[in-house]
Design a protein around this ligand. Structure first.
Ligand code: GUN
Length: 297
């Protein structure tokens, strides 16, 4: 039987509607959540992500401070802008779009962000807090994956999750979130990557396979157990002359064959993608609440 498709757009819309209500309540108390956005250079994919983030802010009532800087911006000027945002009380979250141009030192820039405004959850302080299970800003894509699973009723307690990919943005934080002793964790997690021998021998054991390798065709039907849940984090551009843009987006999973064997599967686009921006909005609203002393949890 073909898998049920997990509708990321719907889950994202549900969370955004919850946030919109929350923002209306905050505005009634004179609090407007604000996001500072910094994009350096003209990478088309990054431009389109950043535009999407700003549009999403606008739609639910988050103020966004848009800063598009030339590719040759110096480390000093970039850090000065981050520090200005650290001190700006209208801004509760700071987002520096990655990757940065090669001449810039990414980790130094991330370290300059006030951890209390680090809505991407990339600052080592937030990474450390997440690992030890303290309250922290959780990175948006893995947090979105967990929400997709939880809100679709996928049991995590005791489940075997196999993650394919070990990036700082997805694989590593996702593994940490899923092993936490918590109602949204308690899974047994295996992390595989490009140096894993016999990848299929691991993925076949999984109740849940999460593909975050950045390579089309990483997961094929023979690599999953019948009835497994398959989450595709991949966003790959493949040439397609029939499309106006000249390309189309595909994930890491061979969707057409895997959907015949899985019980639940995310499409690309329309699966994990809409959740990433949504969790950024969520973190920004959380940060505004914390700054106002309204955060009870
Ligand atoms: N580049 C790719 N994904 C992300 C993300 O989640 N945040 C930022 N800042 N840059 C990215």
């Amino acid at each position: 039987m073909a898998a049920r498709i997990i509708d990321g757009k719907q889950v994202a819309a549900d969370i955004r509607a919850e946030l919109k209500e929350e923002i209306a309540r905050l505005k009634a108390r004179g609090i407007i959540p604000g996001l500072g956005v910094i994009l350096v250079g003209e990478d088309p994919a990054s431009q389109s992500y950043v535009t999407g983030k700003e549009r999403a802010c606008d739609e639910i009532g988050i103020f966004s401070d848009d800063n598009r800087l030339p590719a040759q911006t110096s480390q000093r000027d970039l850090i000065a802008l981050v520090k200005r945002m650290n001190g700006d009380p209208r801004i509760h979250g700071i987002l520096v779009q990655l990757p940065l141009p090669k001449h810039l030192n990414e980790s130094e820039v991330l370290l300059a962000i006030d951890p209390n405004k680090d809505v991407d959850g990339f600052h080592p302080i937030n990474v450390g807090k997440m690992v030890v299970g303290e309250k922290a800003f959780l990175p948006c894509t893995p947090h979105g994956v967990v929400q997709l699973l939880v809100r679709n009723g996928v049991p995590l307690d005791g489940a075997h999750v196999v993650i394919v990919g070990r990036s700082n943005i997805v694989g590593k934080p996702l593994a940490n979130m899923l092993i936490q002793k918590s109602p949204t964790g308690n899974a047994t997690v295996t992390v595989c990557h490009t140096r894993t021998k016999d990848l299929a021998s691991y993925t076949r054991q999984a109740d849940i396979v999460i593909a975050a390798a950045g390579r089309p065709g990483t997961i094929t039907a023979d690599m999953i157990r019948a009835g497994a849940v398959v989450i595709d984090v991949g966003v790959n551009r493949v040439e397609d002359a029939t499309k106006k843009a000249g390309f189309r987006l595909v994930g890491d999973v061979d969707f057409d064959t895997v959907r015949e064997k899985a019980s639940l599967i995310t499409p690309v686009p329309g699966g994990v993608g809409p959740m990433t921006i949504t969790m950024l909005l969520y973190n920004t609203v959380e940060s505004a609440k914390r700054a106002a002393g309204l955060d009870q949890r």
